[in-house]
Design a protein. Structure first.
Length: 533
């Protein structure tokens, strides 16, 4: 089967090369113009940035926007927008992933339990909402914790005992137990992003389409059917960004996005995920901005489904599919098979866990032992925007060979997110970029996060694992904490509520004259550092 599939992939690549090269012969990647196009314009060139014209960056946005309320935001493309609108008390260095100051210029703790944050003075909200103060932090965090908000990230603050503001520029947070990872929970990501009370109250349930923050760019226009436009926040505390405007055009089709970059209709492709398109753009001289091995994709098994509740069924699934062969055959540049919920560059990653090699005969035996000698039918959710990918088709074929009939239910992206967040599925997928391993493990494994309260869509609850997870968060000694993380990984890979499938790489191809695109380990780009030369 694998030899036949690789032949088909080769034919697709050749077809893609012929199609796209026919549309883009002699294209200058910097300008996007062919000699014919330039001649037809009779010398009327697009105004250069050196002439004093505003610097406008045009970016391909690849899916349906789902809103930008930090309390409920999800999916990487939306988080990229929010990351540039909002700020947190802390943020991440784009290159190293290290925690750096943001709205808090400094902090101190003696016990990882009592945290005092000194806030920057003079930070201005976008759109004339005044100066940022400690009251905004209290409102934002209490809003996350309020059950009425129904935030899937509320459990990230479950360890918070109290939040106080002694003055306008000081925030004191007391935890119930020590947590050396707490600076990650107040970073510019999800629950850590600070919102303005007056804005939330003004827009109510439409706040997700009317975001206002303190970051380098403000939302000028959000049209879920066509584009998102951000404009420079001139009062940003680090000074105005180099770009005056960013236009995110919604282009779902990968080949269409590739042609748009070649023709100069856009400057950057946010996430190009087809090998043949990347090869074409690289050969044409476009920049291949990328980050490797940034997050693990997981197969989520809903343990309330009586079939999937059987451990032998989940283990049979793991043995039935050769994820490494799929990755190598379909997109070796974009991914490789994953061995763990954590990435090997994360602190706490362990190789001493149970692994599931491709073994269809063992898969059949496990299914028979589980009481399904003739297999079963199960449904996996997906998005209509992505469709049934070649990876999904190959996995379907592998499973069919051992008796598992996998069917796909495709819905629009907002519905897909809603179903995942509520836990309304048999099998689904998750990918949670993170720098802090504690965020991944707590989000997926702790019972406080069981859907719909959080991201534990498997509804997994193992008291022994929970105890180790909580002990790791509170542990001050690095060696002891990492040992606990290893034990957590060993348990979860044995019980397999989530099956690691692929570790992903991300590419944002751009024109050569676009500088400063650095994709961090959250697959986000800080557009404050981007410029057009």
């Amino acid at each position: 089967m694998r030899r036949k599939r690789k032949l088909n992939i080769g034919l697709l690549v050749v077809a893609g090369l012929l199609l796209l090269s026919a549309c883009s012969n002699n294209v200058d990647p910097a300008s996007g113009n062919t000699p014919e196009t330039a001649a037809s314009e009779n010398g009327a060139a697009t105004p250069s940035t050196e002439s004093g014209e505003p610097k406008v960056l045009k970016v391909r946005f690849y899916d349906d926007p789902a809103g930008y309320d930090p309390a409920n935001i999800f999916r990487i493309e939306n988080e990229n927008i929010a990351f540039n609108i909002f700020s947190g008390l802390t943020s991440y260095d784009s290159v190293t992933g290290e925690i750096i100051p943001d709205l808090a210029e400094s902090w101190e703790t003696n016990d990882n339990m009592n945290w005092t944050f000194k806030l920057r003075q003079g930070v201005q909200w976008q759109k004339g909402y005044g100066e940022f103060t400690s009251a905004d932090v209290l409102y934002s965090y209490n809003r996350i914790l309020d059950p009425a908000t129904a935030s899937p990230y509320a459990a990230e603050f479950n360890n918070v005992d109290s939040i106080e503001a002694p003055d306008d520029y000081t925030v004191v947070i007391k935890l119930k137990s020590p947590d050396g990872n707490f600076l990650h929970q107040v970073a510019n990501y999800h629950q850590g992003q600070i919102v303005k009370k007056e804005v939330v109250e003004k827009f109510g349930n439409q706040i997700k389409w009317n975001p206002v923050g303190t970051g380098p760019f403000a939302a000028e226009k959000i049209d879920p059917s066509s584009e998102i436009i951000l404009v420079r926040h001139d009062d940003y505390y680090q000074g105005p960004a180099k770009l005056q405007k960013i236009i995110f055009s919604i282009i779902k089709d990968e080949s269409t996005a590739t042609i748009a970059l070649q023709n100069g209709e856009i400057d950057v492709i946010m996430r190009s995920n087809r090998e043949e398109n990347l090869d074409i753009l690289e050969k044409a001289g476009f920049k291949m901005n990328n980050v490797e091995n940034y997050a693990t994709s997981l197969k989520v098994f809903n343990l309330e489904n009586p079939i999937l509740a059987n451990l032998k069924v989940r283990q049979a699934w793991a043995h039935a599919v050769d994820f490494n062969a799929i990755a190598e055959g379909v997109s070796p540049r974009l991914q490789k098979s994953a061995k763990s919920m954590l990435l090997d560059w994360m602190s706490g990653y362990s190789e001493n866990t149970k692994q599931y090699g491709y073994d269809p005969e063992k898969a059949k035996q496990l299914l028979a032992d589980a009481g399904y000698p003739n297999g079963f039918t199960i449904t996996q959710d997906g998005t209509s925007a992505s469709g049934v990918t070649e990876q999904m088709q190959l996995e379907q074929e592998y499973l069919k060979a051992v008796g598992i009939n996998l069917e796909f239910e495709l819905v629009d992206t907002p519905t897909y997110n809603e179903k995942r967040n509520s836990g309304d599925f048999d099998v689904s997928g998750r990918l949670l970029p993170a720098v802090n391993p504690d965020m991944v493990l707590f989000s997926y494994l702790h019972p406080d996060n069981i859907a719909p309260k959080g991201l534990n869509g498997a509804r997994y609850n193992n008291p022994e694992l929970t105890e180790k997870l909580e002990a790791a968060r509170a542990e001050k000694d690095d060696t002891s904490r990492l040992k606990l993380y290893e034990e957590v990984q060993q348990i979860v890979m044995e019980e397999l509520p989530y099956l690691p499938t692929y570790a992903s790489n991300v590419y944002w191809p751009s024109k050569p004259n676009v500088e400063g695109i650095v994709i961090n380990k959250l697959a986000q780009v800080n557009f404050y550092g981007v410029d057009i030369k």
